[in-house]
Design a protein around this ligand. Structure first.
Ligand code: FAD
Length: 565
């Protein structure tokens, strides 16, 4: 079974130590139980118990220390197993995932920097159970990093004085080190430095959010810095900010998968026991459709995100394809997650509001993931740059196998310049699409051909290119093509049945039609564009037998998992 079931955990392959961390984490949450976890959520209790647990198990230390700085033999930065940890923590509560996630972000500029002293200290702090924070955002400037106001004023002899405020910084209340982004007052160059001394000049102003998480506003008031705390300067500091987000935002898709999987178990459990008008809710026709759609969308999310791991881990200066698949995990998987929760909420209905359900928190948390670390619009604006080369200028690459090996993902901390995205090439997406012969994949391939025709015959005008909303729809269509490609690639690796793959392409065809209609309806779309959009509108091939088979599969999750009370 591809979906996580903590009662029968399988994330294969995993070495012994990694499996031990995953199983102990499950044991921690099952031991804590639903009642206490939900109570802590309602009462916004700082998750000291979880942090104590991770400290005693050396979980963050093992999972987040790259090999060159490892103090234990099993420590390495291994995206394969880190995704397993993402999935489990979010399965039990997004807040537990968040403290791990912002530690990852805080560690990014450290491991990417050139300061060997800080790196060695960080490995020790991790081993002592420390958590970390990433001080990038400022209250007034949002995604606009150019306007950063945090400043470092040189005072001679390699000494500086830091002044300024950061806002929305997770873990900053307790982090052993807070990686902080700022500018030198004299040169205006960017700089990343760490702060950790809490004896007065580091002020935690407030928790900005209403949550178990501590998402801080903090101020540095003449905080003394020396060269020993500086991680990177100038272009390197800028690149490490963006490259850290590249590493971190991948995890948002994985958190989404964890949330949706738990919500799915609750929904199927409830619906299959609820008896109305002499029927179980699972017998209603529309409920069957909702479950088949939720199940196939969720499996597709995981198939895609698993395959994206392979490209993340195989990335190199010559293979930067991950820069397309990674934002797709961030924005496509997270928005698909919202869709899955919407579908399931129509099933579980009032029950999804109850305070003791996981579902109630899922409906709240699922909405945050598409919006953080770059909104859908921002990520779409990013990937649209890849579209010409993706469709019209493919390159040859050796085939990437599943990357579940126990390797250290060193390239992620050595990604280099963040420029030149438009030059990145991809392998031919037709290789995947032509490798299967299924009715809905064929319809989808026809839709792709018309989309390509649109890009050649009626590409967006200058005004349309300036309209982010127009680009967003174009980007959605492009994203579907890449999404389907990696799903097909992984269906062979994981061993997905033809029926399941074809049912996945049933919703893919519908989604393609939906976005084509949106493009058609844009005020600025031209006659030629509208004609081609109409040609993209297609209906999936219906197959009752396939649907029934998938329904059985979707319903087989009933009774498989229930959180200990
Ligand atoms: C719970 C939570 C935890 C967080 N944790 C951290 C953390 O630990 N560390 C940290 O540094 N930050 C953190 N953040 C900040 C987060 O990453 C912010 O979302 C980010 O700084 C962007 O700011 P903003 O959301 O206010 O949006 P803004 O940047 O103000 O954007 C507003 C709107 O403008 C659009 N927009 C912005 N830029 C562009 C562009 N270039 N092109 C087109 N449209 C654009 C956006 O799509 C959006 O619709 C956190 C935020 C929250 C809510």
């Amino acid at each position: 079974m591809i979906l996580l079931n903590p009662k029968n955990y399988s994330w294969d392959p995993l070495d012994q130590r990694s499996r031990e961390i995953m199983l102990k984490t499950i044991e921690f949450f099952e031991g804590k139980g639903r009642g206490k976890t939900k109570k802590d959520d309602r009462e916004r209790v700082w998750y000291k118990d979880f942090l104590d647990f991770q400290k005693s198990e050396r979980a963050f230390s093992t999972l987040l220390t790259p090999t060159p700085y490892a103090l234990d033999p099993d420590s390495r930065w291994d995206t394969w197993r880190n995704c397993a940890f993402n999935e489990i923590t979010a399965f039990y509560g997004l807040q537990y995932w968040y403290t791990w996630q912002v530690s990852i972000l805080g560690l990014g500029p450290i491991w990417m920097g050139q300061n060997e002293g800080v790196k060695k200290r960080t490995a020790e702090l991790l081993r002592e159970g420390g958590i970390f924070a990433f001080g990038l955002s400022e209250k007034e400037h949002g995604a606009d990093l150019y306007s950063t106001e945090m400043s470092l004023e040189p005072a001679g002899d390699g000494k500086y004085s830091a002044n300024g405020r950061k806002y929305y910084i997770g873990n900053a209340n307790e982090a052993a080190l807070v990686s902080t982004f700022g500018k030198f007052t004299d040169s205006g160059d960017y700089v990343f430095f760490v702060v950790g001394d809490r004896s007065g000049k580091f002020e935690v102003v407030q928790n900005v959010v209403n949550s178990q998480n501590f998402v801080a506003e903090y101020a540095l008031n003449d905080y003394p810095i020396t060269d020993a705390e500086i991680l990177t300067k100038g272009r390197d500091a800028w690149d490490s900010a963006l490259n850290t987000v590249n590493v971190g935002k991948f995890n948002l898709g994985w958190a989404t998968i964890g949330i949706c999987t738990h919500a799915y178990y609750e929904a199927i459990e409830h619906a299959s026991h609820r008896y109305l008008y002499k029927h179980y809710v699972t017998d209603f026709t529309h409920i069957k459709q909702l479950f088949v759609d939720a199940y196939t969308r969720l499996v597709a999310m995981k198939l895609f995100a698993l395959r994206a791991i392979d490209y993340m881990r195989s990335a190199s200066a010559d293979d930067r394809r991950y820069l397309l698949y990674n934002p797709m995990v961030k924005m496509k998987v997270t928005t698909q997650g919202e869709e899955v929760i919407n579908l399931l909420w129509d099933v579980i209905a009032a029950k999804g509001f109850e305070k003791d359900t996981y579902f109630e928190a899922a409906t709240r948390d699922i909405r945050s993931l598409p919006k953080l670390e770059g909104t859908v619009h921002v990520n779409m604006a990013l990937i649209i740059k890849f579209m010409p080369n993706y469709f019209f200028n493919p390159a040859q690459f050796p085939e990437i196998p599943q990357r579940a090996d126990a390797a250290d993902d060193a390239f992620l901390f050595n990604q280099g310049a963040t420029k030149g995205l438009g030059k990145i090439q991809f392998h031919d997406f037709n290789i995947a699409y032509n490798s299967v012969d299924l009715p809905n994949v064929s319809v989808f391939k026809d839709q792709i051909e018309v989309f390509k025709e649109l890009l050649l015959k009626a590409p967006p005008s200058e005004a349309q290119t300036d309209d982010i909303d127009f680009l967003l729809i174009l980007g959605e269509l492009f994203t579907l093509v890449g999404y389907g490609q990696l799903i097909i690639e992984n269906s062979k690796i994981v061993g997905v049945s033809d029926e399941l793959l074809d049912q996945i392409f049933d919703f893919m065809v519908r989604d393609f039609s939906k976005f084509a209609l949106q493009l058609y309806s844009k005020t600025s779309s031209t006659d030629v564009q509208m004609d081609l959009c109409m040609k993209m509108l297609r209906k999936p091939v219906a197959d009752r037998g396939r649907f029934e088979q998938l329904l059985t599969e979707a319903y087989s999750l009933q009774g498989q998992y229930r959180w200990n009370d």
